[in-house]
Design a protein around this ligand. Structure first.
Ligand code: 15L
Length: 266
C-alpha cells in the first residue's frame, strides 16, 4: 500500500516508517520537521493542521491510506491540544473524502479513558465499550478526534481504526509499563493489521503488547488481525520499585491523572 504517515519524524513515526517499508509498503512522510537521515521516498514538511497544505499533499500523491501520528504527545492547554489532534484529523479526513482515500489508522491514546479507575474492572480488563473518560486536555482531544473519525465513518464510509496506544517504548521502564507497554515490533504489527483488515468501519482497539499484566482487553485488536508477540513481563525483574508506582497503577492514565497536570484550559 502507498501510505501517508503523519508525524513521520516522531518517535513512533521513525519506527513505523522503517517497519512498514520492510513489510513492502511505500511510505510518504509528513511532518513539521524535515525527514530523518536515511529516509527514502517522498516527504512533505508541512503543518498537518493546515487544510490547504494537507490538500496539496493529497493532490500531489496517489495514496491508499493514512496513518495519523502527528500531534502533541504531552499535556498542553486546550487550544493547543485541539489543534494538534482534532484539527489535524479534520484536515486529513476532508482531504481523504475529496481524494477518495478510504482508510485511516489513528494514534489515539490510553489517556482517552485515563480517568477510569482500575478497581472493579470486569475481569480486570478495560474493554472498548466504556464511556470516554479522559484524564487531561490531551485525552479530551483524543476523544474528540475519535468522535470525528466515527462521524466520517458514518457519513462517508471511511474505515477508521483508532488505536489507543499505551506506552510506546523500546523496552518497559517503570512498573506501569508491565500493563501499558507497546513494543516497537508490535506497533508495526498493529498498524499493518489496522491498514489491511477487511472493512473494519469505525473500530477502536487498545495498542499494547501481549502483556501478561495488561489492564486492557486485546480482543478488539485480535478481531482485526492484530496479534501482539511481546510481553513486558519478561522485563519485570529489571524494573525499579518507585514510591509513585501505587498511584500510577491505580488508574488507567497513570501519572497523567495527578494534580500536577491540573491547569486552566485557556
Ligand atoms: C501517551 O499517549 C503519551 O503520548 C505518552 O507521552 C505517554 O504518556 C503514554 O501515553 C503513556 O501513557 O505511557
Amino acid at each position: 500500500m502507498r501510505v501517508l504517515v503523519t508525524g513521520a519524524a516522531g518517535s513512533i513515526g521513525r519506527v513505523l516508517t522503517v517497519g512498514l517499508t520492510d513489510r513492502g509498503h511505500e511510505v510518504v512522510g509528513l511532518d513539521l520537521l524535515p525527514p530523518p537521515e536515511g529516509h527514502q521516498g517522498s516527504w512533505h514538511t508541512v503543518d498537518c493542521s493546515d487544510p490547504d497544505a494537507v490538500a496539496a499533499v493529497f493532490a500531489a500523491e496517489p495514496l491508499d491510506a493514512v496513518v495519523h501520528l502527528a500531534g502533541v504527545p504531552v499535556e498542553e492547554d486546550l487550544p493547543t491540544e485541539l489543534t494538534a489532534h482534532v484539527l489535524t484529523t479534520a484536515a486529513l479526513l476532508d482531504a481523504m473524502v475529496a481524494s477518495d482515500v478510504t482508510r485511516i489508522v489513528y494514534a489515539s491514546s490510553n489517556h482517552a479513558v485515563g480517568r477510569t479507575p482500575r478497581e472493579g474492572l470486569p475481569g480486570g480488563l478495560l474493554t472498548t465499550d466504556v464511556r470516554p473518560r479522559p484524564d487531561t486536555f490531551y485525552g479530551t482531544a483524543k476523544v474528540a478526534a475519535e468522535a470525528l473519525l466515527s462521524l466520517y465513518a458514518d457519513r462517508f464510509g471511511i474505515d477508521a481504526v483508532a488505536c489507543r496506544i499505551g506506552s510506546f517504548l523500546a523496552q518497559p521502564e517503570v512498573r506501569r509499563n508491565l500493563a501499558t507497554w507497546l513494543s516497537h515490533d508490535d506497533c508495526v504489527r498493529m498498524v499493518e493489521a489496522a491498514l489491511t483488515a477487511p472493512a473494519p468501519g469505525f473500530h477502536v482497539l487498545y495498542g499494547i503488547s501481549n502483556n501478561a499484566g495488561a489492564w486492557w482487553d486485546l480482543e478488539p485488536g485480535r478481531a482485526i488481525g492484530y496479534h501482539p508477540q511481546d510481553d513486558a513481563a519478561e522485563w519485570a525483574d529489571r524494573l525499579p520499585d518507585r514510591p509513585e508506582d501505587e498511584q500510577e497503577n491505580s488508574v488507567v492514565g497513570g501519572p497523567f491523572v495527578g494534580e500536577s497536570f491540573y491547569r486552566p484550559a485557556l
